[in-house]
Design a protein. Structure first.
Length: 264
């Protein structure tokens, strides 16, 4: 298969290196990644400045072609599919990661890693976001996760990805024998509380530092947060279809009763 890999940690990150090396052993891998870390970039695109793109070492970490760009994670996937890859190189899968740190619960709304995969889904390509649920970032920490993705692709080869949807995968940073299984989960509420510490710099200027605390959920919750806390690999189907369809009729009855929608 042709696979397009991107991330939000940047081209030099250990996670994208491990993922590229593992997948390139059995697939045609192409990489388009930011030139620097773009964590928490969300689903942003570059509109008002030129995008610089450079093709670097052919065969880097086993990839057939690798590009680095000044753009956001979303830019990387959009440009890769629409501008950089030839027709016979178009991806069968977009895989984003492996991210340094978890992407769990409602916090995925801020995630550049998840947005990479979402951009693939918006382009009609089956897409997966992969994160290591740890703040450790040594190359060796990503090896199990990279090999898991290889196995996952083989397992889901007959799975029909719903339109507008991705799989969001979070892997505990544990030895394989300490992982207790795979859990198909729903999104938790939030990974961290909202909290800002007020501090003063050496020159007397006030600044704020984001410093939320980890939110706990019941151990038996069917969420991604609970699964990872229980040493399981979490796989969550996520959609960007945000219309709350069950509310349409109720809202229509209130605002447009008897077909009268010109009350303004």
């Amino acid at each position: 298969m042709n696979i397009l890999i991107s991330n939000d940690d940047g081209i030099a990150a250990n996670g994208i290196r491990a993922l590229t090396e593992a997948l390139s052993k059995c697939h045609n891998v192409y990489v388009v990644a930011p030139d620097r870390e773009r964590s928490a970039a969300g689903h942003s695109l570059t509109l008002h400045t030129p995008l610089r793109v450079e093709e670097i070492d052919e065969g880097k970490h086993g990839a057939l072609k690798t590009w680095v760009t000044t753009g956001t994670p979303g830019d990387c996937v959009k440009m890769g599919v629409s501008a950089l890859l030839a027709e016979d190189e178009k991806p069968d899968f977009v895989i984003s990661g492996i991210n340094h740190g978890p992407n769990l619960g409602a916090d995925i709304l801020y995630s550049g890693t998840v947005s990479c995969a979402m951009e693939g889904a918006m382009l009609g390509i089956p897409s997966i976001a992969v994160s290591l649920a740890s703040m450790k970032a040594e190359y060796e920490d990503f090896l199990f996760g990279a090999n898991f993705v290889v196995s996952l692709l083989d397992k889901i080869k007959d799975f029909h990805f719903p339109k507008k949807s991705i799989l969001n995968v979070n892997i505990p940073n544990l030895d394989s024998e300490d992982i207790t299984g795979v859990a198909i989960t729903e999104l938790g509420r939030r990974m961290f509380t909202d909290d800002y510490e007020r501090r003063v710099d050496p020159r007397g200027k006030v600044y704020y530092w984001m410093a939320g605390e980890l939110i706990n959920e019941p151990d038996d919750a069917k969420t991604d947060i609970a699964a990872v806390r229980n040493n399981m690999i979490s796989i969550t189907p996520v959609t960007y279809e945000m219309t709350r369809t069950e509310t349409l009729d109720d809202l229509n009855k209130i605002l447009c009763s008897s077909g009268n929608c010109d009350w303004y």
